[in-house]
Design a protein around this ligand. Structure first.
Ligand SMILES: Cc1ncc(COP(=O)(O)O)c(C=O)c1O
Length: 375
């Protein structure tokens, strides 16, 4: 039997512990990709696993219109930890659904249809989120997609200001582009976008599906950007491996969201996973750790790789190494020769999104392996 669509790697992973995963032959790999940032607390995190097992034993599923204690606690926790006033929570199952909801909410709350997005941005693969994603390779086979989307160059404040007008429902933007190549935005760009959207009455959506959960050194990237958006979308690391997404909204959005729902929204088990994940990240000050180790790693990578690479960039533990040859070959050599798993971001960027609990020794191990293959 074979599945279709996903190309499978020649490594079957069977176990995970902290920053490491083990394959079916017993070979251990340092997991510097965390399966696209989905395990911020590392594999097999005790508090998360226990919370899931406990909830699973008590009540696996009940539809969202019945209050469930753990879901209520998750709503409260997200509201407490979100930037002030972005405290109404819609729960779903993935990043694309979180963005799909945000786009719908913006259209409903503003009565407008135009969405402004950014070149090289990635927001998901359902029809609405896909329409706001930049790369043609993801979109072409499925056109026509949702209309009325304008793309502007990323980090270009003037172009963004020009694109936002009285007909704009929303701007959707990643504070650091992930899929597009690990491109951090300047604070000034994000702040100007905030001012322009507020002036026109459009909603500002920060897509924090990849940057959230402490990845860029603060729980939400909007904190270091010093911007309070109208919506923040989250998924990936939110449940430390379980499928959960969230759209955090301000009142004016939540009060006018229209009619949106999903059967599995906020099921008890994924709520337990997300609650345990977020509370651990906050209580153990994981974002500050990610900030420190990320800065250390980027400095070490720059020192070790020097002129052998075009650039080392990122925020916190969201790191991109722009290489001079194809990233895929490097990723293969890293896995096979160095037992290190990393990710691509386009053709020429090696992307690192490790567990945020990564130790300095593990960071050193990763730098050594990357120097062996790239240097
Ligand atoms: C910034 C961003 N938004 C949205 C998505 C889509 O998330 P999902 O794959 O969970 O639908 C991704 C996934 O890579 C992402 O990086």
């Amino acid at each position: 039997m074979s599945g279709f669509i996903f190309s499978e790697k020649p490594i079957e992973l069977v176990e995970g512990d902290g920053s490491y995963v083990t394959d079916s032959n017993g070979t251990e790999y340092l997991d510097m990709g965390a399966s696209y940032a989905c395990v911020p607390l590392g594999h097999g995190h005790e508090a998360v696993d226990e919370a899931v097992r406990d909830q699973f034993d008590r009540l696996t599923y009940v539809q969202a219109s019945y209050p469930v204690e753990i879901r209520t606690k998750l709503y409260e926790l997200l509201a407490e930890t979100a930037p002030k006033t972005v405290d109404k929570v819609w729960l779903c199952n993935s990043g694309t659904e979180a963005n799909e909801a945000a786009l719908k909410f913006a259209r409903s709350a503003t009565g407008n249809s135009k969405i402004v997005s950014t070149k090289r941005g990635f927001h998901g693969r359902t029809m609405g989120a896909l329409a706001t994603t930049w790369k043609d390779k993801y979109k072409k086979p499925y056109e026509p997609l949702m209309g009325d989307v304008e793309f502007v160059p990323y980090d270009d404040a003037e172009a963004m200001a020009d694109a936002i007008d009285d007909d704009t429902a929303a701007v959707i933007v990643e504070p650091v582009q992930g899929e597009g190549g690990i491109n951090p935005a300047r604070k000034e760009f994000l702040q100007r976008t905030r001012v322009e959207t507020a002036t026109s009455g459009a909603a500002l959506i920060f897509d924090e599906v990849q940057t959230g959960m402490g990845r860029t050194g603060t729980l939400w990237a909007s904190e270091w950007a010093d911007v309070v958006p109208d919506m923040i979308t989250s998924a990936k690391g939110l449940g430390n491996g379980l499928p959960v997404g969230a759209t955090l909204c301000r009142d004016w959005i939540a009060d006018n969201y229209g009619s949106h729902a999903s059967t599995f929204s906020g099921g008890p088990v994924i709520s337990a996973a997300a609650h345990a994940t977020v509370s651990t990240i906050v209580d153990e000050e994981i974002p500050a750790h990610a900030d420190k180790i990320g800065e250390y790693m980027r400095a070490e990578l720059e020192a070790e790789l020097g002129d052998d690479v075009r650039d080392v960039r990122g925020e916190g533990l969201m790191i991109g190494i722009e290489v001079k040859r194809g990233a895929n070959r490097i990723l293969r050599d890293l896995a096979i020769d160095q037992q290190l798993l990393a990710l691509p971001a386009g053709r020429t960027v090696v992307r690192l999104l490790p567990p945020l609990t990564l130790s300095e020794d593990e960071a050193d191990e990763a730098v050594d392996a990357l120097s062996e293959v790239i240097g």
